[in-house]
Design a protein around this ligand. Structure first.
Ligand code: AMP
Length: 359
């Protein structure tokens, strides 16, 4: 199948060709026509499946098919809202909107907390068609009267399961209450817990259903290995794996923030460049670590699950579970960052005796 057969506008096909994509991924092949029809969608898809383009492309197509909605000052009003659980994911989604929308006269903005309000207020004032936001900051703007959501035509909840895990259900309900009732709703989730089903029932009207990877199913392109090791030998084993394997880019998951910091210090002492990202780090420090890791300057990024949510790095060769997560969904999600888009990846778990049950 080709993108041309999906019914997308020429400026989008040109941007897709620029990105080097030759064929739609399975989620794209199903989601794009469904969203173009204008109905609601419930999609089960994990990071790495191409889900972002799966909703961004048809969203851009639909918005570009009708004239912009302008306010009294002649500025574009927000017509599409994408909610994400984390700042990093919001930034990445908005990056995709820009990439795929580069030949269309539509503007986008990313909005999240932890940074000043005023630059966001200024940006909103200039007019925005597509807003990608985390729920808390979105509500802050709404309460201050700096954001008008009355013209929303399309709502996307991305990684809805993680939004619920992170306790955003009340914020989501508040956002739903301020949106116009007549709109298209798209819900993306990697897993379908009862809470997600309840949210979908409330939000979606006769949705099209798409599921590309079954729950807790890992990708065949990922080689999964387990190294049994004593707890106090883990850091030495990790340094050994990185050095002997000549690894240049490895994402390491730890369970705790202080564990991430200690491990980072150890690796740096061993001459392996490492940085940690977790909830206690400032947005600036997280952005810097991620940028250096993506560019290849930094060998090792040490992350907790929440901080790493939504990190999108192409063709990441190695993922290490320094500690196993408590739930299988987190394992699937962690290692899903390797082995993408047809590349072989390796996921290594360092497992000590008291983690046997998790294994
Ligand atoms: P996502 O699941 O949205 O996080 O996307 C995973 C990665 O796949 C991103 O880096 C995209 O740039 C890439 N990607 C998305 N669609 C395609 C496609 N049709 N062909 C090749 N790569 C793609």
């Amino acid at each position: 199948m080709t993108f041309d057969s999906l019914g997308l506008a020429a400026p989008l096909l040109k941007a897709i060709a620029d990105a080097g994509y030759t064929a739609p991924t399975p989620i794209q092949a199903q989601a794009i026509p469904a969203v173009l029809k204008g109905g609601d969608l419930l999609a089960g898809a994990q990071t790495g499946t191409g889900k972002t383009a799966g909703f961004t492309l048809p969203l851009l197509h639909r918005l570009s098919a009708t004239p912009p909605v302008k306010n009294a000052r002649g500025k574009h009003m927000v017509r599409a809202l994408v909610l994400t659980p984390t700042r990093e994911l919001a930034a990445q989604v908005e990056e995709s909107v820009k990439t795929y929308g580069k030949y269309l006269p539509l503007t986008s903005m990313v909005m999240f907390g932890g940074v000043g309000m005023q630059p966001q207020v200024n940006r909103l004032r200039d007019g925005v068609d597509i807003l990608v936001a985390t729920p808390g900051r979105l509500l802050d703007h709404h309460m201050q009267g700096t954001l008008d959501l009355s013209k929303i035509e399309i709502l996307v909840l991305d990684e809805a399961d993680r939004m619920l895990d992170m306790g955003f259900i009340h914020d989501i309900k508040k956002v739903l209450a301020i949106l116009p009732p007549k709109r298209q709703n798209l819900l993306f989730s990697a897993t379908f817990s009862d809470d997600i089903k309840a949210l979908a029932d409330r939000l979606l009207n006769q949705p099209a259903l798409i599921e590309v990877a079954r729950r807790n199913q890992t990708n065949d392109a990922i080689a999964q290995k387990v190294h049994p090791v004593g707890r106090d030998k883990k850091k030495e084993l990790l340094a050994h794996l990185i050095k002997s394997g000549d690894w240049h880019q490895v994402l390491v998951f730890t369970r705790m923030k202080h564990g991430a910091n200690r491990l980072t210090d150890y690796l740096n002492d061993q001459g392996i460049s490492a940085m940690a990202i977790h909830g206690n780090k400032s947005q600036g420090a997280r952005t810097k670590a991620l940028a250096e890791f993506k560019s290849g300057e930094l060998t090792c990024l040490v992350a907790t699950d929440i901080a790493a949510r939504g990190i999108d790095i192409d063709q990441l060769p190695h993922v290490v579970n320094y500690e196993l997560p408590n739930v299988p969904e987190d394992y699937v999600h962690r290692i899903g960052r390797t082995g993408r888009a047809g590349c072989q990846g390796e996921a290594v778990s360092l497992v000590c005796v008291d983690e046997q049950n998790f294994l």
